[in-house]
Design a protein around this ligand. Structure first.
Ligand SMILES: Cc1cc2nc3c(=O)[nH]c(=O)nc-3n(C[C@H](O)[C@H](O)[C@H](O)COP(=O)(O)OP(=O)(O)OC[C@H]3O[C@@H](n4cnc5c(N)ncnc54)[C@H](O)[C@@H]3O)c2cc1C
Length: 268
């Protein structure tokens, strides 16, 4: 196996342009699992860990190479909350937000937060430069995304005013080191606008827009409205039954989890 170790983004983009079939490697906590199980046999790996530009947080720009260990200390409350739930300390020390985005798993814990705050995914290629895609365009299916073969994910770009009022939680088969059965993120703007995003309940991170509209119409929701909110979230998701859970449990849990987070946001 050939390994290229660029030390700058320019070098990485050149390597990617020369061999679009090469696999990008950040922390390796997803890719090496695929290799170890024999699902992937990379012939050429471009390792991104030495690229300082990718590992920077600069204002509203979170570099793709920023690890979960760093994001555990983020000022964005829900980002810190979710980062603390990713794997173990070893996984968080190696795993990156860019790798989570690159894998595009429905269970990727970073994705509901990115969708809820309406982040854009920045991708860069040698020939076409920078593109920024909203989550709804970047994530195209289960473990599928809109990255072109010669592109590298360079950052998550946050909007100017990310609400400080935000909550993340996930449900899994045990309380730690667990892949999400359902995950959710709720953010609430100062003007009362609420955004609700869920993970593990659809092929891509899902915004519960009907539930959001219900709260827009009822900014101080009664018990009846909250019950309707739960039903609406449960109706909006499209989960599957698999080895981790059933479709019906996921549907139920999505509504309950979203309500819990909404109530926390409303209490502030
Ligand atoms: C024991 C264990 C526990 C885990 N627990 C969780 C969990 O709780 N929650 C969760 O969400 N995930 C979890 N994961 C999955 C994994 O840790 C995360 O998805 C992590 O963010 C992946 O980042 P990485 O840097 O290791 O990615 P890598 O494995 O290096 O890469 C993953 C994929 O993204 C691509 N890629 C990486 N960087 C880029 C880039 N800059 N541009 C384009 N493509 C890129 C790679 O080519 C590859 O396809 C766990 C994994 C393990 C092994």
């Amino acid at each position: 196996m050939e390994i290229t170790r660029p030390t700058s983004l320019v070098e990485a983009l050149e390597a990617r342009a020369e061999d679009p079939g090469a696999d990008l490697l950040a922390g390796g906590t997803d890719l090496m699992v695929e290799v170890n199980f024999g699902h992937s046999r990379p012939e050429h790996v471009i390792a991104l860990r030495r690229i300082a530009e990718l590992a920077q947080i600069d204002g509203n720009r979170i570099g793709a190479g920023v690890t979960w260990a760093r994001l555990e200390k983020s000022d964005h409350r829900a980002l810190a909350q979710l980062a603390r739930t990713v794997g173990s300390p070893q996984i968080r020390a190696a795993g990156t937000i860019g790798g989570n985005i690159g894998t595009a798993s429905p269970a990727g814990d970073g994705l509901p937060w990115l969708a809820a705050v309406e982040a854009e995914i920045e991708v860069t290629s040698k020939d076409r430069g920078v593109r920024r895609l909203p989550c709804s365009e970047f994530f195209t299916g289960v473990k599928r995304n809109a990255l072109a073969p010669d592109e590298v994910i360079t950052a998550a770009i946050l909007p100017e005013n990310v609400p400080t009022n935000q909550e993340f939680a996930k449900i899994g088969q045990r309380s730690a080191m667990v892949i999400s059965t359902v995950s959710a993120c709720v953010v609430r703007d100062d003007d009362g606008t609420v955004r609700v995003a869920l993970g593990s309940v659809a092929p891509t991170p899902l915004r519960a827009t009907r539930a959001e509209a219900l709260i827009a119409e009822n900014p101080d929701p009664s018990e009846a409205v909250l019950a309707e909110f739960v039903r609406t979230v449960s109706a909006e998701v499209s989960p599957i039954t698999d080895h981790r859970s059933t479709e019906s449990y996921r549907r139920h849990a999505a509504g309950v989890l979203a309500r819990r987070l909404l109530e926390r946001c409303l209490a502030r």
